[in-house]
Design a protein around this ligand. Structure first.
Ligand SMILES: Cc1cc2nc3c(=O)[nH]c(=O)nc-3n(C[C@H](O)[C@H](O)[C@H](O)COP(=O)(O)OP(=O)(O)OC[C@H]3O[C@@H](n4cnc5c(N)ncnc54)[C@H](O)[C@@H]3O)c2cc1C
Length: 154
């Protein structure tokens, strides 16, 4: 699929394609997200990309860390009772990560299928308003989390 998609292109592409078959590691994936209806079952719980997958908004790492904090905090608050802690964790993270899921589905924008789309993406990412929008989005993730101070409540 890769060789077909890039056949006939110039620059370093022929050399890269020639090395592709012998490459020991190849990262090739679709930009996709599965909607997971429930993030916990019994003692098993999903966290990070496995649960909410806001990867492509640039929010994946921070949201994963928030999820780990909330999961640990809810377990501590519930005295280790997963039947209480896991639904509380999911409620809080659905509200929090859901906000980023709604705003962060930029697959078509980041990996456009046409030359015109690539041109537009590169121009937009180089403009100051778009750059400050990205920085504001990341900043609000860090500052508007409304997270409980679990240590003070346990
Ligand atoms: C190209 C790209 C760019 C990105 N850029 C950014 C960015 O700029 N900012 C940002 O915040 N986020 C970014 N992300 C997203 C970020 O990398 C993820 O959101 C984050 O790594 C999710 O962490 P995680 O721990 O939930 O999952 P992962 O990091 O995917 O960790 C899951 C781990 O589980 C392991 N695993 C899987 N199956 C098994 C198994 N059966 N047994 C044992 N281990 C297993 C995997 O090998 C992996 O190490 C980017 C992602 C990609 C792909």
């Amino acid at each position: 699929m890769i060789a077909d998609a890039f056949a006939g292109l110039g620059w370093h592409v022929p050399r890269l394609l020639a090395g592709l078959r012998a490459a020991p590691e190849l990262y090739f994936d679709a930009i996709a997200r599965a909607g997971v209806p429930c993030w916990h079952a019994g003692r098993a719980v999903l966290l990070g990309d496995a649960a909410w997958g806001v990867t492509l908004g640039g929010m994946g790492v921070g949201t994963g860390l928030v999820g780990a904090y909330v999961l640990a905090g809810e377990l501590a608050l519930a005295g280790g009772d997963h039947r209480v802690a896991l639904p509380a964790y999911e409620r809080r993270m659905r509200a929090y990560a859901g906000r980023w899921q709604r705003g962060a589905s930029p697959g078509r924008f980041l990996a456009p299928a046409s030359g015109w789309g690539l041109w537009l993406r590169d121009r937009l990412l180089a403009t100051r308003p778009v750059q400050s929008l990205l920085v504001r989005g990341t900043g609000s993730l860090a500052t508007e989390a409304d997270l409980p101070d679990y240590a003070a409540r346990v």
